[in-house]
Design a protein around this ligand. Sequence first.
Ligand code: NDP
Ligand code: HSE
Length: 432
Amino acid sequence: MKKINIGLLGWGTVGTGVVKILQSNSALIARRLGASLFIKRIADLDLERDRGIKVDRKILTRDARDVINDPGIDIVVELIGGYEPAKTYVLESLEAGKRVVTANKALLARDGDTIFEAAQRAGLEIGFEASVGGGIPIIRSLSEGFVGNRIQSILGIINGTANYILSRMSEEGEEFVTILKGAQKKGYVEADPTIDVEGIDTAHKLAILIRLAFGTKIKLKAIYTEGITRITPLDLAFANEFGYRVKLLAIAKRDKAGIEARVHPTMLPQNSLLAGVRDVFNAIYVTGDAMGPMMLYGQGAGMMPTASAVVGDVVEIARSLLGGGAGSKPTYLASKGLKVKDMEELVGQYYLRFWVVDRPGVLAQISAILGKHQISIASVIQKGRRVGKAVPIVIMTHEAREGEIRRALEKIDRLQVVRDKTVFVRIENRLN
Ligand code: NDP
Ligand code: HSE
C-alpha cells in the first residue's frame, strides 16, 4: 500500500487531535484512501509535555525546518497559529514543493493573498477547512457544493468561545471570567482570549468566508467588529423577556450597492435556527440564489472536531497526490474589494438599555431625543422602582438608521439622569 508522509508543525491542542485521529483511525482512513497516512516528523517548542499519546521520540524536533526541508514529506500541517513564524513556514513549505494544510484563520485573513498566490504559483493544494467553524465543512461547501450559486448572505455563529460564554451566562447565570476559564480548559480559546471575546477571531473567519462566497478581498479593518464584553446577564435576561437570544454573529450580505461585513452581538428571535445554537457549537446560515437558505451546524472549536477537519483536508490532498495531482485545484484568489457599506447606513431594529435615575420625566427626556432622530419606540420596560436611584430602562425600537441611533445615544448619555453608557444591541429579524 502506498504511503503519504505528513509533517506536523505545532503539537498543541489541535496537533494532538490530529495525531490521535491518525493513530486511532489509521486502518479506516487507509481503506477509504487506498494509501496509509504516516506522521513522519513533528515539530514543537516543547517536546516534554504529556499529550496523553505515544509517538516515536525519533520523529520529534524543536526545529520546524527539519520538517519543511525533509524531502520525504508530502504534506505539511501548520498548527502553530498566529502570524509569525507560521507565515514563513507555510511559504517555505510551498516553495519546498509541499502541499499545506492549516487551521490558521488569523494568518489567512490577513495574508491570504500572499499565501494563496504562492500556492497557485507552485501549483500546490492548500487546505484550510479547520480555519472556519471547527469541524463544520463550510470551506468545502462554499468552494464545491454551493459553487453554482450566487451567494447572497451569510449569517454565522463562528466563534465557539463566545457562543459558549453567552450560552452559559444566559442559561446558568455564571460569571464571565469563570466561564472563560472553563472554555480555556476545554481548549477552545485562542492564546490571547481577547481575540475571541472582542470578535476579532470572528472577523478573521468572516474575511475568509467573504473571499470564498463573494470572490472579493476584504481588509480586516473594513469589517465592523464588536465583541461580547459589554453584554451583561441583565441584557441576556431582558432579551429573553422580549423573545430573543443574544449571539455573536458574523454577517455578510451582498447586493448591487456593495457588501455588508460586520461582527457584533445580535438579538435573534428565540424560535430561529441560529438562536438554538448553544455552547461551543457553531452554525453558518448561507443563502444562495439557487439553493435558497442552508444551515451547517457542528462543533466550532476544540481538539477533536477541529482535528477532524484538518484530517479531512489531509485526506483530500492525499487523494489528489495519489491521482498524480492532475485535477484542477480550486483557486482562492479574489478580485479587488467590493464597496463595503458604512455602518451608519444600516437600517434595523435596536435594543437600547439605559441606566437612569428613577424619577418622573426621565423617559420623556429620552424619548424626545429619540424622536428628534426619527427613532420610533416599539416597546419599553422598566423593572422595579427605586425612587431617586439608578434603574435599567429598556427600549426596543422600530426600524431606525444606525447613524441616527448613534447620534441620539451620544446626546442621551450626556443627560444628567443617565448613570452609565447605554448598551445597544442590533436585532436581526429577517434571517434571509
Ligand atoms: P496551541 O497553542 O494549543 O498549539 C500550538 C502549538 O504550536 C504549541 O504546542 C506551541 O508550543 C507550538 N509552537 C509555537 N511556536 C512554534 C514553533 N516555532 N515551532 C513549532 N511549534 C511551535 O494552539 P491550537 O492547537 O489551539 O491552535 C492551532 C491552530 O489552530 C491556530 O491557528 C488556531 O487558531 C487554530 N484553531 C484552533 C482551534 C481550537 O479549538 N483550539 C479551532 C480552530 C482553529 P508552545 O505551547 O510550547 O508554545
Ligand atoms: N478560539 C476559536 C473559537 C477556535 O473559540 O471558535 C476555533 O476557531
